[in-house]
Design a protein around this ligand. Structure first.
Ligand code: KG4
Length: 345
């Protein structure tokens, strides 16, 4: 089965072709980071317009890369939500238009399902069941994944997402957007132990997270300093990164203990963080568990994970038999609700 995937939920336009027999055949991506950088965050209207500009050229590029024609495509999957409404509508309407033109079935998939299945695109893919740690700009969740479409929420953030905490802390340190990679770069020059930030909910006994206090702690610390020189910035970034890594690794290992599962899959933009990977590897290996990460290029938003999710859903018979080509987007769409819906439209 060969599925075209379309991602346009935020500031990346991604188009890919995935085949259940031969794997990922084509994957074209355009990132809007440069366009939004001067505003310090994503401007929704600019995002929608940029998706419109790039979506068809990317489609052509993905088809050329995949060396495929429309005759080989069995279905079209697009990100239905969650995300920015206008941005989602670009992908959804292009998907519906192409499906009508080519008489193909179309499926709106959940963005986070794409992220949590994305490690299946790596060279050493995990077997089901596994625990997934989803750490992106908008979400931080621990899920139990038993098979495609069978997900149980174990815990989630009660306020900011981990990526959001990175982005907000970066702003406090005068860094640009997105903050995660810049904090990581700065933290590499910082010293441990100069500053020490709290680890909220570390001993709460459940698998929930809270990150908003951490950003406030950084702000309070900055106010106490006579000046914010480069080394202090690096030391603050280091202490912040260590706190986030500690919290995520500790909750992830608690989730492994509680479920008795031995495989941890990490997905979402923050999963690109090398210190997080090192901290998780250490903790999970101590539990005799294994860690799995998507390739670095597929940690942030991309079309490959949407094409993959669509193809796996089609293979497992988790694709509605009829699609009437009417479409809607779901800017707010809890994953647990999405997978329990009988009809996807
Ligand atoms: O998964 P993603 O592309 O977007 C969402 O769907 O939300 O993740 C973006 C988030 C941003 O908050 C960004 O700062 C963070 O991932 N991020 C990182 C790193 N690379 C991206 N955070 C920490 N370290 C990184 N290396």
């Amino acid at each position: 089965m060969r599925v075209l995937g379309i991602e346009s939920s935020c500031d990346e336009t991604g188009i890919a072709v995935y085949d259940t027999e031969s794997g990922l055949l084509g994957d074209a991506l355009h990132s809007q980071i440069a366009r939004h950088a001067e505003y310090g965050g994503v401007v929704p209207e600019l995002a929608s317009r940029d998706h419109i500009r790039h979506i068809i050229p990317l489609l052509k590029a993905a088809f050329a890369q995949a060396n495929t024609t429309w005759d080989d495509i069995d279905g079209i999957a697009y990100t239905r939500g969650p995300g920015l409404a206008g941005a989602l509508l670009v992908g959804a309407s292009v998907a519906a238009g192409l499906a009508l033109a080519r008489n193909l079935p179309v499926l709106g998939v959940h963005h986070l399902e794409g992220h949590l299945l994305s490690p299946l695109l790596s060279k050493n893919p995990p077997q089901f069941p596994f625990v997934a740690l989803l750490v992106s700009g908008g979400n931080t969740q621990l899920m139990r994944v038993d098979s495609v479409g069978k997900y149980t929420l174990l815990g989630e953030t009660l306020d900011d997402a981990a990526g959001e905490a990175f982005d907000k802390t970066a702003k406090l340190l005068g860094l640009g957007y997105p903050g995660g990679p810049q904090i990581a770069e700065l933290a590499a020059k910082g010293n441990s132990g100069v500053f020490n930030f709290p680890r909220p909910l570390l001993h709460s006994g459940d698998l929930n997270f809270s990150f908003s206090g951490l950003k406030t702690a950084v702000m309070t610390q900055i106010r106490k300093l006579p000046s914010l020189d480069e080394q202090s910035k690096a030391d603050l970034a280091k202490a912040f990164e260590e706190a986030v890594c500690d919290i995520l690794a500790s909750k992830a290992s608690n989730a492994m203990r509680q479920t008795g599962l031995k495989r941890l899959v990490v997905a979402g933009g923050v999963g690109a963080n090398q210190s997080l990977r090192a901290t998780l590897d250490k903790k999970i290996h101590r539990l005799k568990g294994e860690t799995f990460y998507p390739p670095l290029s597929l940690c942030t938003d991309n079309g490959a994970m949407i094409a993959l999710t669509g193809a796996l859903r089609m293979k497992e018979g988790l694709w509605p038999e009829t699609s009437d080509l009417s479409f809607s987007v779901r800017p707010r769409w809890p994953l647990s609700f999405a997978v329990s819906e009988k009809e996807n439209h």
